[in-house]
Design a protein around this ligand. Structure first.
Ligand SMILES: [Zn+2]
Length: 288
């Protein structure tokens, strides 16, 4: 059966598997071949999502497991170095469905959202952090309600503001009312304590009632293969689909059912080219 050309497909234009078509025709036991989305579209989409949550997240070291995967729907307090948290967050996002909406905010941005609402009502704002943040959200609800998981990194707000903990409290109350989970993240360099601008005793009581995970910086060696997410993606086993700093040697492609290793690895070449040319942009790709 002749292949249908897809000059404007959503695949990577240099992908050796789909040639930019975004998928391939796979023979079926019965009936005509089925169009199966190509692995390159998943990689592109997943990396765009990671970058959207936190710039640079698609390039942090890939972990093989994380205790945080148990808490996608639970309030949680995470303590650990921010760079370590990033690795765990990358893992958690990669393990969850693409449509899972994660947002990362700070105690500075929540005050910004609070104050921008006052600004809309015509009140003067005297807060340097908030002036930078005030154009992103018009109200606490805009910031707090949409995501499936909202993560607050504390210790970012430095300008004193008497409303800081009130804003924080309101955001958490809105989430709680909707039955949506929130994580707070603090680090050894900026621990959650009374020195923080956003600290309050009542917030502290609340956070202390949540499960707490302390992350340690133990850099485990990367596992050789990744698990593909469920869904009709290409049944390829990739040595690495990302560009973690933990890579040693070129990634490999293995086709299930074949013990032979590919002599030349077209997808690895594509990934290598992607790494060299970040940020990767192309027509028709996922929007950020
Ligand atoms: Zn492809």
């Amino acid at each position: 059966m002749p292949k249908v050309p897809y000059p404007n497909g959503n695949g990577h234009p240099d992908c050796p598997l789909c040639k930019g078509r975004g998928g391939t025709d796979e023979p079926q036991p019965v009936g005509p071949p089925a169009f199966v989305p190509c692995r390159c579209t998943f990689i592109t989409e997943r990396n765009a999502k990671l970058e959207n949550v936190w710039k640079g997240l698609s390039r942090v070291k890939r972990l093989e497991t994380s205790p945080l995967t148990k808490y996608p729907a639970t309030n949680l307090w995470v303590h650990g170095p921010i760079e370590v948290f990033k690795r765990h967050l990358r893992y958690v996002i990669s393990e969850n469905p693409m449509k899972w909406f994660v947002r990362l905010e700070t105690d500075a941005s929540v005050v910004g959202a609070w104050l921008s609402n006052l600004a809309v009502k015509g009140q003067e704002i005297y807060d340097l952090d908030a002036m930078e943040e005030s154009t992103r959200y018009f109200a606490i609800q805009d910031l707090a309600l949409p995501p499936d998981l909202l993560i607050f990194r504390v210790g970012v707000k430095h300008t004193p503001n008497k409303d800081a903990h009130s804003a924080f409290h309101e955001a958490l109350a809105e989430r709680d009312h909707e039955g949506k989970p929130t994580w707070i993240v603090d680090s050894p360099s900026e621990p959650w304590d009374p020195d923080l601008v956003s600290y309050s005793e009542s917030l502290n009581e609340l956070f202390c009632s949540w499960p707490k995970i302390t992350l340690k910086d133990d850099s485990a060696p990367p596992k050789p293969n990744i698990r593909l997410p469920q869904g009709g993606y290409h049944m390829l086993s990739l040595a690495d689909e990302g560009s973690g700093e933990d890579e040693t040697g070129p990634p490999k492609v293995r086709v299930p059912g074949s013990r032979k290793k590919a002599k030349k690895d077209p997808l690895a070449e594509l990934q290598a080219r992607e790494r060299e040319s970040k940020p990767y942009k192309k027509k028709g790709g996922p929007k950020r």
